[in-house]
Ligand binder design. Sequence first.
Ligand SMILES: Nc1nc2c(c(=O)[nH]1)N[C@H]1C(S)=C(S)[C@@H](COP(=O)(O)O)O[C@H]1N2
Ligand SMILES: [Mo]
Length: 170
Amino acid sequence: MLNKKLYITIGVLIVVVGVFAFMNRELVKDKGYSLENAEVIIREGEMERVLGYEEIKALGESDFSAVLDTSTTDPEEHTYTGVPLKRVIEEAGISLDGKGKVVVRAIDGYTVALRVDEVLDEDNVYLAYGMDGRPLKSKSQGGSGPYQIIVRKDQFSQRWCKFVVEIEVI
Ligand SMILES: Nc1nc2c(c(=O)[nH]1)N[C@H]1C(S)=C(S)[C@@H](COP(=O)(O)O)O[C@H]1N2
Ligand SMILES: [Mo]
């Protein structure tokens, strides 16, 4: 009888250890977070192109500072890594000549509109994928990425669209 209880206890412990090992494996995977499957859709009318992380990064990555100022936090300066949004649009084969707006949509339905002249500005609107030397994590991992629009010249950060999935030129 005593032996039976002992075996049951050992059995339960083995299952518990197994479950923790499995959970830990998931955590280890999170630490090795990578951007390799992070894609963005760029569209104009019927035309659409999907760009992946390697293609975006190859457009001319730079590090730049920007001040994050939200309604609940004080202004904080961060170093972001990304590429100018206009490069991404050009790479998709879309011209901004004579266009009015660039509309950016996120996974949570959040949408921002940027004027074409803002997007054409050399050092203002970026598609970022890193902050302070680390990749931007996805929404489900508690981040603001994998892609986030940074508008350096916006005084407040409400147009810094997080979790970008689609960029449309209209
Ligand atoms: N996708 C998405 N992007 C977003 C928002 C949002 O709700 N969803 N909020 C905006 C606002 S109001 C601010 S201040 C900044 C920073 O938001 P945070 O408070 O989550 O840092 O993200 C902006 N971008
Ligand atoms: Mo905000």
